[in-house]
Design a protein around this ligand. Structure first.
Ligand code: GPW
Length: 825
């Protein structure tokens, strides 16, 4: 396709006829079909291939530009990249969406239907993986040299189905029919050793060196996904490693076992990148997970060093100038001892030099304070899988304890045992977060309150030792996907009102604040919301057969199912309304549709019970004619990025109700507000900064603060105090023991009541209940005044400038990476 330069941006511009021709060409020459035979999948594939012609050109230019200038780059190591679909995003970022829509229309095809053919690339669990996806979009958009490194999982996050209200997991098969976006790079294959033993080799006059004799070797095959920045001034890559067996090695070792055993070994090697672990914020502690982590870190570190060596020969002291490695949580921590191992064992550097390089190269992002999420590996497992790395970790730890901790707190063994990388428990464990904090030159939390808690509660001693190491970078989301692409109605209204450059400068949204009281603008804003709700209502009908009215308040909680996120608090509020309606059929309330989307980790019992309970309550409520459609409850199955793109624009109310101090940041909270929903939320994570930007009076803030939570826990929290003091709460909880929601099976929902009473209500649902119910009452009151509601919705959207991932990335670039932009000109 011919590409021309537009005046302001380096976007390849094509006209409608050229795009039509390109798509038809790809049907013929790329897929061996034609427009009469092609189904929508083929049209999707052909459209992607046509788009790739534009993408690859910019990819090559970017690559050449970076190589020529030998730019410093950031390497973002993450076990998760929750990309979702790429076609509509790439069309938007190349600014060829409209022209492609026209081209397909002329060919008798609807672009939105074609986009719906694309399977979600669900290589992540939730917020952490989606953040990585937003960050690589922003890095490319801003023109920063960056590579995302991750795993090419054959199966991403499981597909969720409900059977009699219970979650069933099915394998995700996103690549079953190929993936037009990825490019295999056999020229960059890497080999990864595992298991075996370490030999100390003594050489005369030279002292000793370590040789790791691996028991197994994996082959890592890289697949590159081009990441198109908005305006296409940069196309970076996401490099995902697929594991294969190392054939040559198989034949040597498994000759005696012959062909069949070699095949078995092959499939064992391939299991490494087979499936994403479905745990969110909990440590699975499984051997295969450790191998996944090491596999992708080893491949990535080798890839980074290969590129470095090509440009800088072997002047290793330059490494920290050329390379920044960001660890997305502790999942890629093993990259630290891996870099040490390569520098010392393979490149022959002395320990002090290698250690200095490591300390200047790695930075670490912490995403949680939850103890169950802090990764630990048993020393025995480490010794078996990565014996040389364990030795290196011991040495790092011993030098840290003797040189740093002993100097600061002489003779204080309690400090040493708290800060040690090795936990002297039974069995002994390796604490990955401690290794990260000891090594990294910067450690960041993901929202202001979270970063403060990292300093005061999680790592106070480390903060004393390294007073400038712990910093904050508040999360953000990309406005390209989470406004422009998912909410075209609102995007157009913004273009018309404040000009179209808000997409690259979200602070411009402030421009709509003066319009908040303008009744015409309010009307247009609310009309767009209603249209988005109509789209959602159709999806609800198709997916669940429930009919909902778009005049009802759409009250939405979409996020992973976790007790700390408190879907169960939402549940008991729904029961409260239901009970009021049953007791008084004329109970005055604006009709409410409670929408849920959430996957539970397959082994998380209580999370699955909450899903089951919500589904059972939905069955009952939605079919109860007595309440005259004032209440609907819908749990949409298989929540994922592409469904989220429909739900955020259709929401009136955003549920952000975690126990204060436990949600590190949250990012869904930002997406809702950006799309004009009002938040009911606790003073937690980024909600606090949102309240600063929006004005707390334009949100429905409720519940205990971080300090109040601490105080209540310290004085001894007893949920029964709340149960016995609030008759409505008591009756709602007792309801769960009956067979009302599970006819002829009393007690099926009792575990939820037990967790909130007998098991201590760890997340203080009952303490926040009354305040939550009152906040919902305030929502009901405000919604009766549509103009007042619209005003607040506009004030919310207009105040979201700060929460875009371009700002987060600029913060990282200046505070942590010291990174410069190199867009193609
Ligand atoms: F536990 N987060 C997540 F910190 O989605 F590793 N998965 C995870 O496993 C972890 C954190 C981990 C989330 C946080 O819960 C959320 O508050 C935050 O907004 C998000 O990471 C991005 O920082």
């Amino acid at each position: 396709m011919a590409t021309k330069q537009k005046t302001s941006v380096a976007v390849p511009s094509v006209n409608c006829a050229e795009m039509q021709q390109a798509i038809i060409d790809r049907l013929h020459k790329g897929l061996g079909t034609d427009k009469n035979k092609a189904n929508n999948k083929a049209w999707w594939n052909a459209t992607c291939q046509a788009v790739n012609e534009l993408v690859f050109e910019k990819l090559t230019q970017t690559h050449q530009n970076h190589a020529e200038k030998d730019t410093r780059a950031v390497n973002y190591l993450s076990l998760e990249f929750l990309m979702g679909r790429l076609l509509s995003n790439n069309l938007q970022n190349l600014e060829v969406f409209d022209v492609t829509q026209q081209a397909l229309k002329a060919l008798g095809k609807d672009l939105y239907e074609i986009c719906d053919e694309e399977p979600d690339m669900a290589l992540g669990n939730g917020g952490l993986g989606r953040l990585a996806a937003c960050f690589i979009d922003s890095l490319a958009t801003l023109g920063y040299p960056a590579i995302g490194y991750g795993i090419h999982y054959e199966h991403g996050l499981f597909k969720q189905e409900f059977q009699d209200g219970r979650q069933i997991e099915r394998p995700d098969t996103w690549r079953e029919y190929g993936n037009p976006w990825e490019i295999c790079r056999p020229e960059s294959i890497q080999f990864v050793p595992l298991y075996g033993y370490v030999e100390t080799v003594y050489e005369q006059g030279k002292g000793s060196r370590k040789v790791w004799h691996a028991g197994q070797k994996l082959k890592g095959v890289p697949w590159d996904i081009p990441i198109v920045g908005y305006g296409a001034k940069t196309v970076n890559i996401l490099r995902l490693w697929e594991s294969r067996s190392h054939e040559a090695f198989d034949w040597d070792v498994f000759n005696a076992g012959g062909y069949v055993d070699a095949q078995a070994e092959k499939s064992k090697a391939e299991t490494v990148s087979k499936v994403l672990y479905p745990n969110d914020s909990t440590d699975a502690g499984k051997e295969l997970r450790l191998i996944q982590q090491y596999f992708f870190c080893a491949c990535s570190v080798k890839d980074i060093l290969r590129r470095f060596k090509r440009a800088n020969k072997e002047d290793w002291s330059l490494l920290p100038e050329k390379v920044a490695i960001q660890l997305n949580d502790t999942h890629p921590t093993i990259a630290i001892p891996e870099l040490m191992r390569i520098l010392i064992d393979e490149e022959g550097l002395e320990w002090p030099e290698a250690w200095e390089i490591c300390q200047k190269t790695f930075a670490y992002t912490n995403h949680t304070l939850l103890p169950e999420a802090l990764e630990k590996w048993s020393v025995a497992l480490f010794e078996k899988v990565l014996p040389r790395h364990l030795e290196i970790i011991y040495e790092i730890n011993s030098q840290f304890l003797t040189k740093v901790v002993e100097k600061k707190w002489p003779g204080d063994d309690a400090k040493k045992s708290k800060l040690s990388v090795i936990e002297e428990s039974q069995p002994r464990m390796v604490r990955m977060a401690n290794l990260c904090v000891i090594t990294a030159y910067k450690v960041n939390g993901v929202a202001a309150v979270h970063s403060e808690l990292v300093k005061t509660d999680l790592f106070p001693e480390f903060h004393e030792l390294f007073p400038t190491k712990l910093v904050n970078v508040t999360n953000g989301v990309t406005p390209r996907r989470w406004l422009k692409a998912c909410n075209p109605g609102l995007a157009t209204l913004l273009d018309e009102t404040i000009g179209d450059d808000w997409v690259l400068n979200l602070d411009k949204l402030k421009g709509i604040l003066p319009k908040a009281t303008d009744s015409d603008f309010q009307q247009r804003f609310m009309d767009i919301k209603k249209e988005n709700k109509m789209v959602m209502a159709k999806i609800i009908k198709e997916e669940t057969d429930v009919e909902v009215s778009v005049d009802a308040i759409f009250d939405v909680q979409i996020k992973r199912l976790h007790e700390y996120k408190r879907q169960q608090l939402n549940l008991i509020h729904i029961l409260t309304l239901y009970k009021r309606l049953l007791e008084d059929p004329d109970y005055d309330m604006i009709p409410r549709v409670f929408l849920f989307g959430a996957k539970a980790a397959p082994g998380y019992h209580m999370a699955k019970e909450i899903i089951f309970a919500l589904n059972k309550i939905a069955d009952k409520v939605n079919n109860d004619v007595r309440i005259k459609d004032k209440l609907k409850v819908v749990f949409l199955p298989n929540y994922r990025v592409s469904l989220a793109e429909k739900m955020f624009p259709a929401a009136d109310v955003s549920e952000q109700i975690s126990t204060a101090g436990l949600e590190a940041s949250g990012t869904g909270n930002m997406k809702f507000s950006l799309n004009g929903a009002l938040t009911i939320g606790t003073m937690d994570g980024a909600n606090i900064e949102m309240a600063e930007e929006i004005g707390a009076e334009h949100m429905f803030i409720f519940g205990l603060s971080v300090e109040e939570v601490k105080a209540l826990k310290a004085e001894g929290y007893n949920p029964y105090d709340y149960y016995y003091n609030n008759p409505e709460l008591k009756s709602v909880l007792d309801w769960l023991d009956s067979d009302f929601f599970t006819p002829s099976h009393p007690g099926l929902l009792s575990d939820i009541k037990r967790s909130l009473l007998d098991w201590g209500d760890e997340y203080l649902c009952l303490a926040d209940y009354e305040s939550y119910v009152n906040a919902h009452q305030a929502i009901d009151t405000l919604y009766r005044d549509q103009s007042a509601w619209a005003e607040k919705a506009i004030l919310n959207a207009g105040a979201m400038g700060k929460f875009n991932s371009d700002r987060s990335i600029e913060d990282y670039a200046t505070k942590i990476w010291n990174l410069k932009k190199f867009p193609i000109t």
